[in-house]
Write a protein that binds this ligand. Structure first.
Ligand code: NAD
Length: 454
């Protein structure tokens, strides 16, 4: 399999894809190693994960360069991702004892009731490329902490990073047979679904998630799907610093070239502040440096997948055909590399593809609304339900709106944000099941209830 740099279009590596036979061998190794791994004291597994965090931080320059070379995010954003993923992994390690240790629920002279968090066994993690460290650690770190063996399939657009993750986990002390990497494209992911894993954990698109869920449903093992989004924010008329709000939301929409599951993908602005907001937003977008991901100060660089250029072009064409106006950008850039101009579109409606389908690129639609009730209706007018945000000086007003929006996360005066302490979950086409927080540690276990009568 050729690994292609999306900025230079050069082949930077050629690696061996897995076959059905090699996957079966890796699976058997995992199966044999799983029980010994779960039998070691939890504290040892915690120490190993802490060592892994230390190692990826210590080697973050090398790892950031690899990540940028294969998926094209600006180098500083690669560094940020590695640091952020390290912090999340640390949180999970530091809370593993609290949430994975046996719990005595009631104790009397006659009867003890306790919960034991048994590992599932061997789990399969099929992963995405946009934040390979961030979305990876959400799964393999708690899975390993809980005592599972892991088959990790990085995206074909982040395979070199996947192999580096394995190197550093093993250097940190994870036995090689406890963490195996499956290399390849969608067909390799599909082949994994036929192996008898004890759980399937997927991060990727709704389209693939749907296929995976229907394929594994009959196995009767846990399946968690972290899928795409069409995340809205609403700017209410009482915001004070419109320029700062616009800059914050622009970052939420365009960071990582808009290729985040929780990128802001739709903006609704109340009439009283609409003109000022749009002007400030456009100024912010025009201030960014576009260029090679390795250049200092670049904020917008290439898309990881060439095919997405056509998706964005057709979203612009559909919006313009239905009456929208392009204020900034609007087309792919000439020359080498998967560049698309940062694009701001106004006069949009919710029947435009731009406001319905995940864009996953540097493009955003901004719409004027009159009342909170309109904003709530429009925010809910989607099949997705990952995150939603409200900007307002009034916390009560914001929370009242967020309570009526069907999404896994709600943001007040912030957006495009993930916390290790809070469950990360989608609704509808954004998936189901949670990672992170205590929920995301226990999601890799089978809680067993003991009723112990003397
Ligand atoms: P994708 O669905 O194209 O691929 C994801 C993974 O699935 C890859 O490893 C791929 O090789 C594999 N795959 C493809 N076809 C398969 C099949 N038939 N069976 C099994 N595996 C298969 O998604 P992507 O382009 O890698 O990632 C982008 C998507 O992921 C976006 O929709 C984004 O919103 C979503 N995402 C969600 C979260 C979240 O936490 N909710 C986080 C990151 C990304």
């Amino acid at each position: 399999m050729h690994i292609i740099n999306p900025a230079t279009e050069e082949i930077i590596a050629t690696i061996q894809e897995d076959s059905m036979d090699s996957l079966a061998i890796k699976f058997t190794r995992l199966q044999h190693a799983a029980s010994a791994w779960s039998a070691i004291p939890l504290q040892n597994r915690i120490d190993i994960i802490e060592k892994f965090v230390f190692l990826i931080k210590e080697n973050s320059e090398e790892l950031a360069a690899i990540l940028t070379s294969e998926m094209g995010k600006p180098l500083q954003q690669s560094r940020n991702e590695i640091n952020g993923a390290g912090a999340k992994a640390s949180w999970l390690a530091q809370h593993a004892t609290q949430y994975l240790t046996d719990e005595i629920m009631s104790l009397s002279d006659q009867l003890t009731e306790k919960i034991v968090y048994e590992p599932l066994g061997v789990i399969c993690n099929i992963s995405a490329w946009n934040y390979p460290y961030n979305v990876g650690v959400n799964i393999f770190v708690p899975a390993l902490l809980a005592g599972n063996a892991v088959m990790y399939k990085p995206s074909e657009y982040a395979s070199l990073t996947g192999l580096q993750i394995a190197n550093y986990l093993i250097e940190a002390g994870v036995p090689e047979d406890v963490f195996q990497v499956a290399i390849g494209e969608g067909d390799v992911g599909k082949a994994l679904l036929d192996l008898p894993f004890n759980g399937f954990y997927f991060t990727g698109s709704y389209q693939t998630g749907q296929k995976i869920y229907s394929h594994v449903a009959t196995k009767m093992v846990p399946c968690v799907l972290e899928l795409g989004g069409k995340d809205p924010v609403y700017v209410a008329d009482d915001v004070v610093d419109v320029v700062a709000v616009a800059a914050g939301i622009a970052d939420g929409a365009f960071y990582n070239n808009g290729q985040s599951c929780c990128s802001v993908e739709r903006i609704y602005v109340q009439s009283a502040v609409y003109e000022e907001f749009v002007q400030a937003f456009v100024e912010e977008v025009n201030s960014w440096k576009v260029g090679l991901p390795t250049e200092d100060g670049v904020y917008i660089s290439v898309l990881s997948r060439k095919a997405q250029l056509d998706v964005l072009t057709s979203q612009v064409e559909d919006a313009v055909a239905k009456g929208a106006r392009v204020l900034v950008g609007g087309k792919r850039m000439e020359g080498k590399g998967n560049y698309f101009e940062p694009t701001v579109i106004v006069d949009v409606t919710n029947d435009m593809v731009l406001m319905r389908e995940e864009s996953f690129g540097p493009i955003i639609g901004i719409m004027r609304v009159e009342h909170d009730a309109d904003a709530i209706r429009l925010m809910n007018d989607t099949n997705y339900g990952l995150t939603a945000g409200v900007y307002s000086v009034d916390q009560n007003r914001a929370e009242a709106i967020l309570a009526k929006v069907d999404s896994g996360s709600g943001y007040w005066n912030c957006c495009d944000r993930v916390s290790a302490a809070l469950p990360w979950s989608g609704r509808g086409h954004s998936g189901f099941g949670s990672t992170l927080s205590h929920v995301g540690l226990r999601v890799f276990t089978k809680p067993k209830a003991y009723h112990l009568r003397k």
